[in-house]
Design a protein. Structure first.
Length: 335
């Protein structure tokens, strides 16, 4: 095993509604990312992917609240730090976050160089404008972005260019972990490829040491990440390599997720897409047993009433289900 850059242990976070109801959006999530590796997180809308991303920064603001668990970045546990310490010592330097629709987060009245200055001075107050501009020009050039972009306003840039600019600004301090929450959504195919190429370059050139890439598209993760974990109703239901998760999903939810989308590598002729029936459970009152049981065609009575834990199988793989791997594979083969 290589050097572990990010380790998450039994992380639990929740939202508190204005009616003082708890919504357990991330419930007992654990995983590791090694240096030089990228991990994909997949799942349908509302499964907890974006909440996990926000939680990993250790920077909590209502309605999101920390419950328990550890977030360890390169050996340093940030879960116990107060928000001010996290902002000054962690965000941007140890971990960077690219939120959904990040291209719309840029203040249209400010030039791009101003955002770079803000990020650098948050951690290096004595850095002068000349030094900051020199660093920014060098980084933008290495990532294939014209230096002229630094003197432009966001409204002067295309959607793809804005997204790439946000990524470059966010990683200007070479954070150890980059969290990218659907960074290629709302972009055309050409822009998506450029964004993904840029993120690969960040890893290859050592500007970031590891990456967590979030999307609802499993096939996209196959091209971008080394490993994939699938989330459902606030929990991880399966983990494996990108190839294993796309071509040999085990958990009934992972299998159903793959059956509902096209995988170009498998070909599309004669392919029949299938839908997952029902809707996810209410996370104000999570089910006692398997959270997928009410939507699972293979569920048994014990699935609904027994706590389900992750079960390891193979090398580095795990899944959260009472049914055995061989039994599930046999069922899938005869469908």
């Amino acid at each position: 095993m290589g050097n572990v850059i990010l380790e998450v242990r039994d992380l639990k976070t929740k939202y508190v509604t204005r009616f003082h109801e708890d919504v357990f959006a991330v419930d007992g999530v654990s995983f590791k990312i090694e240096e030089g590796k990228s991990l994909g997180v997949a799942g349908e809308s509302g499964c907890g992917k974006s909440t996990l991303a926000l939680s990993l920064m250790g920077y909590y603001f209502p309605p999101l609240h920390y419950i328990s668990g550890d977030i360890i970045i390169d050996g340093k546990n940030i879960s116990g730090l107060d928000p001010d310490a996290v902002r000054k010592t962690v965000l941007g330097k140890e971990i960077a976050y690219i939120p959904q629709a990040a291209m719309n987060a840029l203040n249209p009245t400010q030039k791009i160089i101003r955002f770079v200055e803000d990020v650098i001075r948050a951690h290096e107050p004595k850095a002068d404008k000349k030094e900051i501009r020199s660093r920014a020009e060098a980084r933008f050039a290495e990532l294939g972005l014209p230096r002229e972009v630094l003197d432009k306003h966001a409204v002067e840039l295309s959607g793809g260019m804005k997204q790439r600019t946000v990524i470059a600004v966010s990683t200007i301090l070479s954070p150890k972990v980059l969290i990218a929450d659907e960074p290629s959504s709302a972009l055309d195919v050409t822009s998506q490829k450029m964004v993904i190429k840029m993120m690969r370059e960040l890893m290859e050139k050592g500007y970031i040491k590891s990456m967590l890439f979030i999307t609802h598209e499993l096939p996209l993760l196959y091209d971008v990440t080394d490993d994939i974990m699938v989330m459902y109703a606030g929990q991880i239901v399966e983990k494996g390599t990108a190839k294993e998760m796309v071509f040999d999903p085990i958990h009934p939810y992972s299998h159903g997720l793959m059956g509902s989308i096209l995988v170009p590598e498998e070909g599309t002729r004669g392919t029949t897409l299938t839908a997952i029936p029902g809707t996810p459970p209410n996370l104000k009152k999570p089910p006692q047993g398997c959270r997928f049981a009410e939507r699972c065609r293979y569920a048994k009575d014990e699935c609904r009433y027994h706590a389900i834990v992750e079960r390891p199988f193979g090398e580095g793989r795990s899944y959260r289900c009472l049914i055995g791997v061989d039994q599930l594979r046999e069922v899938y083969e005869h469908e």
